[in-house]
Design a protein around this ligand. Sequence first.
Ligand code: ATP
Ligand code: MG
Length: 580
Amino acid sequence: MLLRMSTLFLRTLREDPADAEVPSHKLLVRAGYVRRVAPGVYSWLPLGKIVLENVARVVREEMNAMGGQEVLFPALLPREYYEATGRWSEYGDTLFRLKDRKGADYLLGPTHEEMFTDMVKGEYSSYKDYPVTLYQIQTKYRDEARPRAGILRGREFVMKDSYSFDLDDDGLKRSYEQHREAYIKLFDRLGIDYKICFAMSGAMGGSASEEFLAPAETGEDTFVACRNCGYAANAEAVLTPPPAPVTGERPALRVLDTPGTPTIETLVSYVNEHYGLGVTAADTLKNVVVKVRVPGAAEAETLVIGVPGDREVDFKRLEASLSPGVPEIFEAADFARHPGLVRGYIGPQVLKELGIRYLVDPRVVEGSSWVTGANEPGRHAAHVVAGRDFEPDGTVEAAEVRAGDDCPRCGHAVAIDRGIEIGHIFQLGRKYADAAGLDALGPDGKPIRITMGSYGVGVSRAVAVLAEQRHDALGLVWPREVAPADVHVVGTGKDNQVEVALRLAEELQAKGLRVLVDDRPSVSPGVKFKDAELLGVPTILIVGRGLAQGVVELRDRLTGEKQEIPLTDATARVVEACAV
Ligand code: ATP
Ligand code: MG
């Protein structure tokens, strides 16, 4: 490959795009890799397309190496497959739905479990056919609520999705392990820094699941990491270890006047000062009302969530816990319809009477005593005991997790980090096989229900994650495997520098390297250097002022190291630099 910048379809920008907040977005736009078409919808320019294809190639090679077979489904799909599994409605607003000219319903595939299940059902019938793993690298569509950060969270994006089909649970575990290994290899090759975290299954409905999260400040996923035992889990998957139930005599519930206490802090200092309770925020019970809409259901349910007052409700954790139900903020208008819920003073004591379900944080154990709302303006209640003064309808993992919380595995204090999900492996089980009736005929002539796994890699997202994790103040710094070229030869000067640069570029190409050469005739050296730094090719060879003395400069984009080398050695030295 030899790309000449004099003709390359590329215009770099000096300014960050106005809508960009995260480094990867700014840099990929500035360096001319992608261009925005609509929110969450991007075009790939030549250099971006090369990087995207490089990521796809690595993913494909590792999927093939583990025995996966590549297929390709359409993105445009008829409603019926997703109707059969309930996902036509479960997906809610995230699904792009459309109609054809005859009025038939279609969707743009957000993920393809249904289609793969159906394909296998169509082709395979005997137990001898199994196991099988199929995958595709394809464009997916999700009308994300918050498309964000350029290609990091797109509404159209490229995903590798694979599916394993096995006869029994042991087979599924093997397929899952193989995928896990393949993901480790491919993310290592891509040069992405990642952590494997326990995950929650969300809308998929199933059991074991892990996410590959790329640590990044700009990440939307919060994960818990224990530096002591190595436990790592997506915040949504963290289970709160419940304290032991409390027994023994407790003072009777007492209603207290608490004027001017709109916040937990003001409440705590008021009750301590006026009633000598000696409590902290963690002894108060905060009750948050939400509306929960189960996709397809006619009406939203009003639900109250109880968490210790020193913690916020983490909406992502709540969402994951209630999935496929979708929690929404309870607005002033909703309160107006529920006069029993006194805003700011809600206590669980009345919820049974009001017919409202109450889910609590696991710390709210039987016998625990709380300061909470008294369901009257300006009043709270103390000594409100779980199991005596109110009876929760169940627990919910909704309270935020915090640094210093107990590790669910070893009890040590955990750290909280942020990351971007780049891959997800998931033992689905039989949900989709059940919906489709996917059976294999067993050796005894009896049908065996197939069990499945589903496994995703964010291919386009990986490009953004690399940009996020690997850049500096000057621009992008691609790992060699995905870089748009191995070497960027810059010819700059008024003599024969560009000519020599082109000759070197051809020699390097002949050695099997992928070469980008800056042969633009009337562009200043400063601009050429800036562009080379911005574009992020790992090795840079500069044919400039030193040419008259027979020297060129070899630069390492990652370390910034610069060396003058004899022109005569240039090809060999570049080949050497690109081999590592
Ligand atoms: P997220 O939690 O980030 O929304 P998800 O759990 O919905 O992702 P999966 O359904 O597991 O995603 O999809 C598999 C992979 O596809 C993810 O691990 C991620 O890398 C990628 N992916 C998902 N949504 C997007 C998106 N909107 N834009 C780009 N890549 C995405
Ligand atoms: Mg996921």
